[in-house]
Structures are given as structure tokens and as C-alpha cells.
Design a protein around this ligand. Structure first.
Ligand code: ZN
Length: 410
């Protein structure tokens, strides 16, 4: 893959276009699963039929008892075509475009985007449900055997936010998680990583190691300081392709275990207002670069917490600040979507850091969390729940939020 060309500031900036985003309500089930990186289709509870496209009733027995169930991803490519013309603005700018008809092992036949490395039909393919730039699920067919440069595929890159050859800002390089993120992003071949650090007069553990990485540029960044955020944005917002906001303030406290509101305010100032400041300063510049071809802005990642879904009383005020940040992130997602910039929310369970020392395992190790973040960028996922604790909370929260609330407060 060649490096993207530099943008010519004299030429007209292309406005972002999105792929067709209209879906029926039934079809949103596919999107909900794809947002989590799953491939699910409707399956009839009465006759077991797997069907596609999604409908209100079973096409075989007309039962309305349809469940979204994970399906095997194998299939056979039956036919293919290459589009050289399209009336759709999004695809017109991206022609030629390869499409194919895939017969899934689980039954249905569907139209799918085809990776370049897939051989001519008949051939075996691996199906993936991915979110497109409009945030809706589409079906991509990939080769069964993963090649090393598979992510470089031009069509696939329209659906993913792979850090390769992109410029990334990590907002806090002081924490173990921040440093793990930087290393993971660098090993994913990012071109440049700006790493923010608050209180530049204090040297932090791991500083020298970060400084030695050639792709890394350390920048003073305190997300509680509006002026600082604005100045940094003025300098780099026009170049950042991916923002990873991992700046966090975390103390263990409920309501009655601490006097006053200082700690809670500090948590809100970093976890909630910090995100708001970054979004206000970096958001507009990134939105304006949503259509710069291969060099466009693609993703915004928020490291939230599984406590954003339901309050964990021993970390009560922290949970509240993350719930606020989650709500704001949903607003940011809606605002970034028209430009095709994906907002990825990460909901880890307790991270193995100094503020969770007294919690028993399982805890998410920072390198594992960093891997999950980069994996989400590569796979076109929108919501990430890394680790066993987060997965279990999510399952219980979906099953019955009230029961989870009661359980956590016990
Ligand atoms: Zn049926």
C-alpha cells in the first residue's frame, strides 16, 4: 500500500458522502450485532430457518418468533461483478467496486462486498458483518486464509479504521494503559502518534521509553485546561486521523465515604468535560476531513467503563462521570456520523491499575485492552466490551438492567 498523497490546500475540499443508510427496523438487528463485531441473522424459533434479508416474519412458516443468532461465517462465492458506474454518490467516488453473490453455509444467499484477494467463483469465502461509513451493517466477503496485508484492500479500508499509515492522538501517555495503547498503535504501523501528557514538569514512569519510539511526538495536553486543548487543536487537529481519548480521573469513592465534591468534580472535569473540550476543539476539524480520500479522518475512540452502564457503588462518583461521558459520546457519534467518522466506545471492566488494586481478578491488563482497541479499529466495530467482567456485565445488563443494579448494590 502506498502512502496517501499530501492534501493540496488550493483544490476544492470534497464534502463527505455516505453510503445508502436507509434500513427497515427489522434490519437494524444486523447493525446491532455488527457494532459488536458479530455476524448474526434471524433464525425462526419454530422451524429453525435462517433467513436473509431480515423480515418481520419467517419466510417458510410465517412465524413471528424470530431471534437474532450468531451464524457460521463460511460461504461459497457463486458469482461476481465489478461496478464501473453507480448513481449513488458515495460509490461513484470509489469506483470500480467489486461485488459478489455468496451462498452461506447456514442457508441464505446474499450480495456482498468482495475483497481483492478472493479468487474468481466458485471459491470459498469468509463472511463478516461490518459497519460502513454511515454506521449501518454491510456484508463483506474476505478470503478464508488471512494474508498479511489483507487490511490494505481498498474496499475493506472504506469500512475499517485501521491505524496503518494514519496519524493518531493518544490523549494521556502517563498511564500504563496509555503507554500500552501507544505501543500497540505503533506496531499497527501508524505513521505518527501524538502522545499527550498533563503536568509536563513531572516526569512519569515510561517517559524515556516513549520518547525513544521514532513515530511518537510528546505534546503537553491537560484535558481540564480549555486553553491548552484549543492550542493543541490549532496545531494538530487538521492532521489527526484517529483520536484515542483515554484521559481519565479515577478515585474509589461512593457518596458517603468522602466529604465534599472535589473528587467528584475532578472526575467530571477529566472524564466528562475533558471529552467535551476535546470534541469541541478537534471535532469540527475532523468532520471537515471526512472525505479526504485515503488521508481522511476516520475514528474517535473513548475509553469509558462498564460502570457507565450501571453504577458500581464502591466507585460511585467515577461511575457517574463515565455514565455522563457515555451519554456525551452518543451525541458525538451522531454529530460525527455525517462525515463518516466513527465513534468507538470502549467499556472495559476494571483495569489492572493502581485504582483497582483492591479488586479481586479478573481484571483487564492494559496491553490486552490496547489490543482490543486496535482490533476494533481494524474490524469496524463501534462498541467494545473487552474482558470477562465487561462481557458478563453486558450480558446481565441486557437481560435485566434492574436485576444488575440490585446485584451491584448488594
Ligand atoms: Zn419458521
Amino acid at each position: 500500500m502506498q502512502r496517501p498523497k499530501r492534501k493540496n490546500p488550493v483544490l476544492r475540499t470534497r464534502l463527505p458522502t455516505l453510503p445508502p443508510a436507509a434500513r427497515s427496523r427489522a434490519a437494524l438487528g444486523l447493525t446491532a450485532a455488527a457494532a459488536l463485531g458479530r455476524f448474526e441473522l434471524q433464525q425462526c424459533r419454530d422451524c429453525g430457518m435462517v433467513q436473509y434479508p431480515p423480515r418481520e416474519a419467517c419466510q417458510k412458516c410465517l412465524s413471528i418468533r424470530l431471534d437474532w443468532k450468531p451464524q457460521p461465517a463460511g460461504g461459497e462465492l457463486l458469482a461476481q461483478t465489478v461496478l464501473h458506474h453507480s448513481n449513488d454518490l458515495f460509490f461513484r467516488e470509489r469506483l470500480p467496486w467489486r461485488l459478489g453473490l455468496v451462498k452461506l453455509d447456514c442457508g441464505p444467499t446474499l450480495v456482498s462486498h468482495l475483497h481483492t484477494e478472493i479468487e474468481d467463483p466458485p471459491s470459498r469465502v469468509h463472511i463478516k458483518a461490518m459497519l460502513d461509513r454511515a454506521g449501518q451493517a454491510v456484508i463483506a466477503a474476505l478470503p478464508e486464509k488471512e494474508g498479511s496485508d489483507m487490511a490494505d484492500d481498498r474496499q475493506l479500508r472504506e469500512f475499517t479504521c485501521d491505524p496503518k499509515q494514519r496519524k493518531v492522538l493518544v490523549t494521556d501517555g502517563k498511564t500504563a494503559l496509555g503507554q500500552a495503547l501507544v505501543k500497540e498503535i505503533v506496531s499497527a504501523k501508524a505513521e505518527l502518534v501524538w502522545v499527550g501528557y498533563a503536568e509536563p514538569w513531572k516526569k512519569f514512569a515510561g517517559f524515556d521509553e516513549l520518547e525513544k519510539i521514532p513515530q511518537v511526538t510528546l505534546v503537553p495536553l491537560d484535558v481540564t485546561d480549555s486553553k491548552n486543548v484549543r492550542e493543541l487543536a490549532a496545531e494538530i487537529a487538521g492532521k489527526v486521523d484517529i483520536v484515542v481519548n483515554n484521559a481519565e480521573f479515577h478515585r474509589t469513592a461512593g457518596i458517603s465515604s468522602r466529604q465534599g465534591v472535589e473528587t467528584a468534580r475532578a472526575e467530571m472535569d477529566v472524564n466528562y468535560f475533558g471529552l467535551l473540550r476535546l470534541a469541541q476543539e478537534f471535532g469540527p476539524a475532523m468532520r471537515s476531513r471526512g472525505a479526504d480520500g485515503r488521508a481522511s479522518a476516520v475514528a474517535w475512540i473513548n475509553v469509558l467503563s462498564i460502570y457507565a452502564l450501571a453504577n458500581f457503588p464502591p466507585h460511585g462518583t467515577f461511575s457517574a462521570s463515565k455514565a455522563a461521558a457515555h451519554s456525551l459520546a452518543q451525541c458525538l457519534r451522531a454529530e460525527m456520523r455525517p462525515a463518516g467518522v466513527r465513534v468507538v466506545n470502549v467499556f472495559p471492566g476494571p483495569i489492572d491499575d493502581e485504582w483497582n488494586q483492591l479488586l479481586p481478578p479478573p481484571k483487564v491488563a492494559p496491553p490486552a485492552l490496547a489490543k482490543a482497541v486496535v482490533g476494533a479499529l481494524r474490524d469496524g466495530i463501534e462498541d467494545v466490551y473487552p474482558g470477562d467482567v465487561a462481557q458478563e456485565w453486558l450480558a446481565r445488563w441486557r437481560d435485566n438492567p434492574k436485576a444488575l443494579e440490585r446485584e451491584l448494590s448488594a
